[in-house]
Write a protein that binds this ligand. Structure first.
Ligand SMILES: Cc1cc2nc3c(=O)[nH]c(=O)nc-3n(C[C@H](O)[C@H](O)[C@H](O)COP(=O)(O)OP(=O)(O)OC[C@H]3O[C@@H](n4cnc5c(N)ncnc54)[C@H](O)[C@@H]3O)c2cc1C
Length: 471
């Protein structure tokens, strides 16, 4: 570093310290490992500063300092995003909202939660439940993902089928824009057609248009019952038939419909044998984890069993296991959610999160299997996902054939997604890793519009540069 840049860097540090206090600023080597590497270990970075503000005013002051010095600033949430979205730039500022984790209000009359962006999702869920209400957003990463990260990523998860994505739960929002100004609309209205819905623009923008500091989320009454079952099916046609039958027969209370292809179920349930018995025999083409959250303890359980029995009689379901306790329910969910370790023997793996019309899903699976087999003979593919929403996760292992960062595999998968007019990013966003492929899923006109929006709100490109929009 030249003398001039050492002096400039010291000046920035002095200003950051003056804004939020020395104990909340780390510089260079003092910055902990977890702010230097992303969750999938693909990206390493060396931010110049890590700042942990405690209030929206402090966030605004930090953004103004970044703007004054032309320094890139990246908001870091729970860092559970899988596409490198929260990776700060080398020499830039990593902004962690972990101290902004307060729950301001749970209003069980308006059914809203007012919360700071750094609050962990699970903590918010539990606090709301204690008040007899329900925050439907639920992800496997609930113990680490933050509310602000979920808004910035427009998270989906296990209950989108019934309650929608994060976008459907945000009624009020507060953000800090790239010039350090604060825009706050912490209202509780579901209906509000007074002009442009600027909040919608912020949701899912992955920290590239503003820093989310606070939100008002819509709550629901707490369900009184839950019924969870693992069922086996002979074909994808039966999977879609079951989905529609359950939506009708459970009167709109079907909350999760998680599909696992046979190879995925075999891999995960085998890897978990040391912790729990396999919940169902191997050998079926499809397994679906079904959950209904209901409101009538007297009839829900019995009715759920009857509906599944009818499906068995009709030949839609081949086998079913219904959870009889919370422990059994957790064991069924574990096959879908506790994936760590199972893929270790197959590393390096490439992981995808794509979506398409449900009608196109079998065709996509056949095509991507064929295309990957042609390029990487013997490639192993594992399909699963929130298929009730047309969302498919795919893990690919080509063993030692994988070179570099696996972008050849990415291209094959994403070009196949394009053939069914699908999306290369169903719920985990674009971040850095999918940016080279965004043109396979968005038209030139859409990309140009996105670039204009980015330029209008962040003309100097300081908010999370290199993510979502290529400028
Ligand atoms: C095991 C596992 C399961 C998962 N399951 C799901 C799932 O079912 N559905 C789903 O949608 N995702 C899922 N994810 C992905 C991830 O958990 C979500 O995208 C989550 O919302 C990210 O939240 P975070 O706080 O970890 O954000 P981060 O990963 O820290 O950040 C994500 C992006 O948001 C930006 N950002 C973070 N906070 C803010 C803020 N306050 N203001 C502005 N920008 C911000 C970051 O810069 C980055 O671009 C899963 C991940 C894992 C590891």
């Amino acid at each position: 570093m030249s003398d001039a840049s050492v002096i400039a860097s010291q000046r920035v540090q002095d200003e950051l310290v003056a804004a939020i206090g020395a104990q909340h600023i780390a510089a260079g080597e003092e910055i902990g490992e977890r702010y230097r590497v992303d969750i999938i270990g693909k990206y390493r970075t060396a931010p110049a500063f890590l700042a942990k503000p405690a209030t929206t005013g402090e966030v605004a002051a930090l953004v103004r300092i970044a703007a004054a010095h032309g320094l890139p600033i990246t908001t870091v949430g729970g860092q559970t995003g899988t596409c490198g979205g929260a990776v700060a730039q080398d020499g830039g500022i990593a902004l962690s909202l972990e101290r902004m984790n307060r729950i301001a209000e749970i209003d069980t009359t308006s059914m809203t939660l007012t919360v700071e962006a750094g609050c962990i999702l699970q903590i918010a869920q539990e606090a709301v439940e204690e008040q007899g209400a329900f925050l439907p957003l639920d992800l496997g990463s609930r113990g680490s993902a933050m509310i602000g990260g979920c808004i910035a990523a427009n998270s989906g998860g296990n209950r989108v089928l019934r309650w929608g994505m994060m976008r459907d739960m945000v009624v009020g929002l507060e953000v800090v824009l790239a010039d350090g100004s604060i825009v706050s609309s912490l209202t509780k209205m579901i209906k509000d057609n007074a002009g442009y819905h600027w909040k919608e623009l912020m949701i899912g923008s992955e920290g590239t248009l503003g820093v989310v500091t606070k939100a008002v989320l819509r709550l629901r009454p707490n369900p009184l019952t839950n019924q969870t079952a693992l069922v086996a099916l002979p074909s994808f046609d039966m999977v879609t038939r079951l989905l529609r039958d359950l939506e009708v027969r459970l009167s709109g209370q079907l909350s999760s419909f998680e599909v696992m292809w046979g190879a995925f179920f075999e891999l995960i349930s085998t890897a978990q044998l040391a912790q729990r018995p396999r919940p169902m025999a191997l050998g079926h083409p499809f397994y679906v984890l079904v959950e209904r959250l209901g409101g009538d303890p007297l009839v829900d359980g019995e009715q759920f069993e009857r509906v599944l029995a009818d499906q068995i009689e009709a030949g839609v379901i081949l086998d079913a296991v219904i959870a009889k306790s919370e422990k059994e329910r957790a064991a069924l969910w574990a096959v879908r959610e506790e994936l760590r370790g199972a893929f270790d023997p197959l590393q390096p793996c490439s992981v995808y999160d794509v979506s398409m019309g449900l009608i196109d899903m079998p065709q996509f699976v056949t095509r991507v299997e064929r295309n990957l087999e042609a390029a990487f003979p013997g490639a192993k593919l594992f399909f699963y996902g929130h298929a009730g929403d047309g969302n498919l996760h795919l893990v690919v292992s080509v063993g030692k054939e994988r070179t570099g960062d696996g972008s050849q595999i990415d291209r094959i998968v994403y070009e196949t997604v394009q053939t069914v007019n699908g999306s290369i990013a169903a719920e985990h966003g674009i971040g850095m890793s999918r940016l080279p492929f965004i043109g396979l899923t968005r038209s030139e006109a859409e990309l140009a519009l996105m670039a204009r929006l980015k330029q209008a709100l962040d003309p100097h490109g300081l908010l999370n540069p290199g993510k979502v929009v290529a400028l």
